[in-house]
Design a protein around this ligand. Structure first.
Ligand SMILES: Nc1nc2c(ncn2[C@@H]2O[C@H](COP(=O)(O)OP(=O)(O)OP(=O)(O)O)[C@@H](O)[C@H]2O)c(=O)[nH]1
Ligand SMILES: [Mg+2]
Length: 422
């Protein structure tokens, strides 16, 4: 395990302590041991070395004393800052962006996640490459067509410019590949949108319990086990969007999706690369923001989530604040008040209540109507039986009299069969 020092600049940033706690957690998630911490109170980072001269010396001394190999900095650094700090401290310098990218890379298992992370990594490296790193880059980039052969090397073109072009080529070829891999999902998403089925997305801070919530909804409704989502006590357990169709006992259905978790200062390269994956959230009819209420920083986490949601283009979607892990926090559960729901994702009663809340919110526009379907129009009876919550069926001389709770679209489709009941 690598021993590291974490460091940050404290200015008017109100949530500095919180971002440093996060940084320590991120380092631990990347298998590093945090042995020391430095902070400096200055208005703005120093352009050449990020920290001021005195602080750089202090870091060097502390690292020697604590036997640390690397310094992790709480911001994205300029390429020159990394180089200068490396030179002056003799340490490996890792900035917050590189650290998060590294964790994402180690968690990415599916093709889509791998491609997205790789694109984000290359975007990060693009302004940071040095001449010598090109061969290493080539080897690291799996699957990408690097274009190779430097046949049209222009006069005066530096090696760095050439390297940049190679990376840019890799990025665009990986993007193409990603689009290809995602084509099926995209088609399905469009089809769902057309079909008017409502969609709900679980969003929120990493490790809040989104996947656990999703899995327990699937379990409760006895939806196939093979569709379970990976849940684990670690940062960024889920990197893909998982989409499941939920059919309730009364046949009402909706789409539930589980998405990648957030952390503050999520690198813009990652946000950019994950945009298509996150589309499920930006286009949802309802968002469930899962919050770990047992975490003392949960208020900051809510802020972080809302900021990230704005960044990915979520705007004006109704939201339920789902305060999870009430068991751990020692708060009574489940309970609901307005759009705030307090629960424990492992508790069946909680999941039942959540489904009740979702139903109320999603199917507000459903109505109970009585239809008289003539025998020759039996196909509509089948349709009702398949898609509606049937309350009463009565066989009469001139057809079937059926009372059912229906979606607005179905009601419209069957409007001519509606009978007034007195
Ligand atoms: N005590 C307690 N633990 C919970 C609860 N819900 C989830 N957990 C645990 O919290 C950890 C994280 O849960 P996940 O469901 O993987 O969290 P997530 O929000 O999907 O996290 P990412 O995929 O990393 O964004 C797991 O170890 C869960 O078992 C709960 O209600 N109570
Ligand atoms: Mg998850």
């Amino acid at each position: 395990m690598k021993s590291v020092i974490i460091g940050g600049i404290e200015n008017e940033q109100i949530n500095f302590d919180y971002t440093m706690t996060e940084l320590a957690n991120l380092a631990a998630a990347d298998n590093m041991e945090v042995v020391g911490e430095v902070r400096q109170n200055i208005e703005k980072p120093v352009s050449a070395t990020y920290f001021g001269k005195g602080k750089v010396d202090e870091i060097t001394r502390q690292a020697e004393m604590l036997d640390a190999e690397a310094l992790i900095v709480n911001d994205e650094l300029l390429p020159t800052q990394i180089r200068n700090l490396e030179k002056e401290t003799g340490l490996d310098i890792i900035d917050r962006t590189a650290l998060i990218l590294d964790i994402f890379a180690s968690r990415a298992h599916t093709r889509v996640a791998k491609l997205q992370v790789k694109i984000a990594q290359l975007q990060y490296q693009l302004p940071r490459i040095r001449t010598a790193s090109i061969n290493k880059m080539d080897q690291q980039t799996a699957g990408g067509n690097t274009g190779g052969g430097f046949t049209n090397r222009g006069t005066g073109e530096t090696q760095i410019e050439l390297n940049r072009r190679v990376i840019q080529k890799q990025i665009s070829s990986l993007r193409k590949e990603l689009k290809e891999v995602q084509r099926d999902n995209e088609t399905q998403r469009k089809k769902r949108k057309k079909s008017d089925i409502k969609s709900v997305a679980l969003v929120g801070y990493t490790n809040a319990g989104k996947s656990t919530t999703m899995n327990n909804v699937l379990d409760l409704l006895e939806i196939n086990d093979s569709k379970r989502v990976f849940e684990k006590d670690m940062l960024f357990a889920t990197l893909d969007t998982y989409v499941r169709k939920i059919v309730l006992p009364d046949k009402k259905s909706f789409i539930l999706s589980d998405t990648v978790g957030f952390v503050s200062k999520l690198p813009h390269q990652l946000v950019e690369a994950f945009k298509s994956t996150l589309q499920e959230a930006t286009e949802a009819d309802l968002l469930i923001q899962v919050i770990d209420i047992s975490d003392p920083n949960y208020r900051q986490m809510i802020k972080t989530t809302e900021k990230t949601l704005t960044e990915i283009g979520v705007d004006g979607i109704p939201m339920i604040y789902a305060f999870n892990k009430a068991d751990k926090a020692g708060i009574p559960y489940p309970s609901v008040e307005g759009n705030q729901f307090t629960y424990c994702a492992r508790d069946q009663k909680s999941i039942e209540m959540l489904l009740g809340i979702l139903k109320k919110e999603l199917f507000k526009d459903y109505e109970t109507e009585t239809f008289l379907i003539p025998f020759q129009d039996g196909r509509y009876l089948d349709l009702l039986n398949k898609e509606a919550n049937i309350k009463k069926t009565d066989y009469q001389a001139d057809g079937t009299l059926i009372t059912a709770e229906v979606a607005p679209k179905l009601k419209q489709q069957l409007a001519r069969y509606i009978v007034d009941e007195d």
